[in-house]
Ligand binder design. Structure first.
Ligand code: SF4
Length: 374
């Protein structure tokens, strides 16, 4: 956690140069360059890679519409291009890679991508976030390919609510998928639940108990105003404190646990030792320790979930740039980073509304959550 230095002091500091291809003078290039740090002194450690912008659900806080302008198929990185770009990032200190979408299991080559990443020695953690609908079919293959951890997005255990939220009738598939993940030996299973007032805020205890039965740790996510959340409003947000109060009333005293490094979730234990998490990016943002960035399926790199623009890495890659040249592009960009999107949104307080309206999203599909990979 950054201490002492104020935001102003950090931003006034000149960027710290790293060993870049200035070493072109023939000096041997270090195998793993020291991780570049951004203007808030945050390292580049964790990369979320979207494999596809399409999804087989239509959750109304992400894809409120039915028809979408998908990314041009020819722009989608193939397995080797994805692998090479990730190698550029791991050469700069990235050691955790999370595969996302849209729905990553809709990407036919998902297993090949996991195998490709499992062959990169610097990566110590390969995880994947899925909505679980296709999981029963893929769980074993993903485990064999080298996937370390799996997260299933599940916002309700009630079939009618699932149908209302996603406009699909697939809850039973998701539940089968979670069973299959367990049988495939994918340990450390997590369940992510977006909590919305008046929709599923009465299911927190049920979801925790379901998690215990399924060998999964539940993380409750505060409703966020990003991407397709065009219906977002502050009064529909159930804050971390409100969730804890509701669980305290049901289970008794709750013990706060230490955070897992820079992972976004605050973690807690119930009296019986059951552990759960809360990701409070709306009411208690954690930008000061954020070492995460996102790569879209067509190779655009976003330094923050709320960033308006990203850096196109596909064109230099397809233009023949070397991995070292791409590492320089990434390092230069990261060193200029001062993003703290969720903090800035929180500072809007009651003036805060949805980040985008439908017409804004139509202008650039990269603004969509299902393109950025959440
Ligand atoms: S809002 Fe941006 S800076 Fe803040 S935690 Fe999320 S990605 Fe990181």
């Amino acid at each position: 956690m950054i201490q002492a230095q104020t935001l102003g002091e950090l931003l006034s500091k000149p960027a710290v140069p790293i060993a870049t291809s200035a070493h072109r003078d023939g000096a041997p290039r270090p195998e793993q360059t020291q991780a570049p740090r951004d203007r808030l002194d945050r390292p580049l450690r964790s990369l979320r890679v979207s494999l596809i912008d399409m999804c087989n659900l239509r959750c109304n806080y992400c894809m409120p519409g039915e028809e979408y302008a998908w990314l041009p198929r020819d722009d989608i990185l193939d397995v080797e291009e994805t692998g090479r770009l990730v190698e550029a990032f791991t050469g700069l200190g990235v050691e955790k890679v999370r595969l996302t979408g849209g729905e990553p299991l809709m990407r036919r080559e998902v297993r090949q991508v996991v195998e490709r990443l499992a062959g990169i020695p610097q990566i110590r953690d390969i995880s994947l976030t899925t909505n679980g609908v296709l999981l029963a079919r893929h769980a074993e293959g993903l485990a064999e390919a080298g996937l370390h951890r799996l997260t299933v997005s599940l916002d309700t255990l009630q079939a009618d609510r699932f149908r209302r939220l996603t406009r699909r009738d697939d809850l039973h598939h998701v539940l089968k998928g979670i069973e299959a993940a367990h049988s495939a030996g994918l340990e450390n299973l997590k369940i992510n639940t977006v909590v919305m007032r008046g929709f599923n805020d009465d299911e927190l205890a049920d979801l925790i108990e379901f998690g215990t039965e399924s060998g999964a740790e539940v993380r409750f996510i505060e409703y966020m105003d990003v991407g397709g959340a065009t219906q977002w409003s502050l009064d529909r947000v159930v804050s971390k404190q409100q969730m804890l109060e509701s669980l305290r009333q049901r289970f008794g005293p709750i013990q706060e646990l230490s955070r897992n490094g820079t992972a976004p979730a605050d973690r807690y234990a119930l009296p019986d030792g059951t552990v759960f998490g809360v990701i409070a990016s709306t009411t208690d943002p954690f930008c000061r320790t954020c070492d995460r960035s996102r790569l879209t399926a067509d190779g655009v790199w976003f330094l923050c979930l709320y960033a308006a623009d990203g850096l196109d890495l596909r064109s230099p890659l397809r233009g023949g740039a070397s991995i070292d040249e791409i590492k320089d592009l990434i390092a230069e960009k990261w060193m200029q980073r001062s993003d703290r999107g969720a903090e800035e949104r929180a500072e809007l307080n009651s003036l805060r509304g949805p980040l985008y309206q439908i017409e804004d999203l139509r202008k650039d599909p990269h603004r969509e959550m299902h393109t950025r990979g959440g």
